[in-house]
Design a protein around this ligand. Structure first.
Ligand code: ZN
Length: 218
């Protein structure tokens, strides 16, 4: 039975960061040694408008401190293709919503609609960077792949109980189940897939369109 990541957060809060964060396998080769020990620069801290937002920014900053350890353990080259992550959906069925108006900024990703509970699988190999329950984003999993690209999968109803931050995943590893968590409440169930990469700064989060990279699973 999949558990909701809120439980993981509670466990994380109760046990402390060090105990809860499972870092990548130390036996794995460090593929980008120039990034091992690299520290993500922190820019102007955003102004928190509520205690909840302050806590969210603080948590994001903590994840940022460990990001270089993930970046050092992935190949230099980005993945050439993303294998369709949602079971039973063809790429041709995805309506292009890149940049469509959503709240204050354009839609930074693509939405893949499917029945609630449909398995969502990793579109690339990589490392599980973050499993989180974000107020807007919903229940989400972020994977760090080749060249440090970040793949953000969200609006899950649930994630597999066995999934751990820091673990390696392959194409096809189940990351979660289609739902409506976060700001997808009231919409038809779908996966939101966002892809981010740094340009000069490997720690930057610049959104790129996943649709041109998507291919059918078979
Ligand atoms: Zn979306």
């Amino acid at each position: 039975m999949p558990r909701r990541s809120l439980l993981a957060l509670l466990v994380l809060a109760a046990s402390g960061w060090g105990a809860a964060q499972t870092l990548p396998d130390v036996d794995a080769p460090v593929l980008r040694p120039h990034l091992d020990g690299h520290v993500c620069e922190v820019g102007e801290p955003p102004v928190a408008r509520s205690a909840a937002e302050e806590a969210r920014f603080a948590m994001r900053a903590r994840y940022r401190t460990v990001l270089p350890r993930f970046l050092a353990r992935v190949p230099d080259e980005p993945d050439a293709v993303l294998v369709m992550p949602v079971d039973g959906v063809r790429v041709a069925q995805v309506a292009d919503t890149w940049g469509a108006p959503r709240f204050s900024r354009g839609h930074e990703g693509q939405d893949v609609f499917a029945p609630r509970g449909t398995p969502v699988r990793s579109a690339t190999p990589g490392l599980v960077y973050r499993i989180d329950d974000l107020s807007l984003g919903g229940l989400s999993v972020t994977i760090v792949g080749g060249a440090g690209r970040r793949y953000f999968y969200t609006h899950f109803d649930a994630v597999p109980e066995s999934l751990r931050e820091g673990q390696r995943v392959e194409v096809g590893t189940v990351l979660g189940f289609v739902g409506t968590s976060g700001n997808a409440a009231g919409t038809p169930p779908h996966l939101h897939l966002g892809v981010y990469e740094g340009d000069e700064d490997p720690c930057a989060w610049n959104a790129i369109d996943p649709l041109p990279l998507l291919v059918d699973r078979d």
